[in-house]
Design a protein. Sequence first.
Length: 349
Amino acid sequence: MEKRRIKQCVGIDCGLEELVTSFGVLDKTFRQDFLSNTAFDNQVSGFKKLLSWAGKLAEADVELTYVIEATGVYSEKVCLFLHQHNQRVVLLLPNKAKAFSRTLSVKTSTDKVSAKMLAQFGLEKQLAAWQPAQEIFRNLRRLSRERDQLIQQQTVIKNQVHAESHGAWPSQPSLKRMKQRLVLLKKQILQIEAEIKELVDSDDSLKERVEKICTVKGLRLLTVATVLGETNGFNLFRNKKQLTSYAGIDPVERQSGISVRGKSRISKKGNKYLRKCLFLPALAAQRHNPTMLPLYTRLVDKHGIKMKASVAVQRKLLELIYILWVKNEAFDPDYKKNEGQPREAALAN
């Protein structure tokens, strides 16, 4: 007699041309069973066949979850299609999928095995559903990442100009072409920055909130816009701890008994764009922001590592952006002083 299902999941390994899938179920005795493996084209016609195949295998009274590993642009279309058809989708970060696969006895690595592993992950874990980014935040992310790429190219060419001009036999035609590329890159960077400002100004509510956050010394429009774009306006975060973990600036320790006591460090297992955009603002804040300077100074005096103290300032700035966004308030440097006063008295100060 077939036992009643309590969970059912479809694991999807996404490639350029096809989706390799595995349908797994969990019954009330916590026994796992994988009913079918198949592949579909990674295009709309394949997505429709995927829905039909999963519908035939699924029980109507049990929620069906599609667990998909985030593989860049290859997974975007199927995630959006399933979400638009009212399906529950979980987008799994590659590092989490890899860590889970190490716990399994299967050492073979194929698309079929990966799909089964993703289905098993969904059966064993409680995972938050994926939500597509809002259009304005999606555009902010696209523009801020494009700007970051152009700045990287600009740095590379500047280094090439320096190397060429200081060599024994500098080539003037080569230097001319490099400088022309630098002029073009600078022009495009300014265009993107103007587009970001125009995008923020197009939404009155967003503009007001960004201006309030920019009252923090060290934060400017481009930094705040990048953070909002990379976090989808903080829609998927319930607290500061989740946010710092997503950014990869959460502290991790390695300690076991009395023999193993490693140095604490940041995980760096997170969104590199968030860490990168906060680096320079943290340097400015730790020098000129009266609320960040004591934190930086105290940590440097404690362990003498300036970079470690700077990372703490980055984390504090990110948390501050989150708090001001959620509360929709401007920065109050005397917040701690006014915290115990009635609201009317605090606003009067």
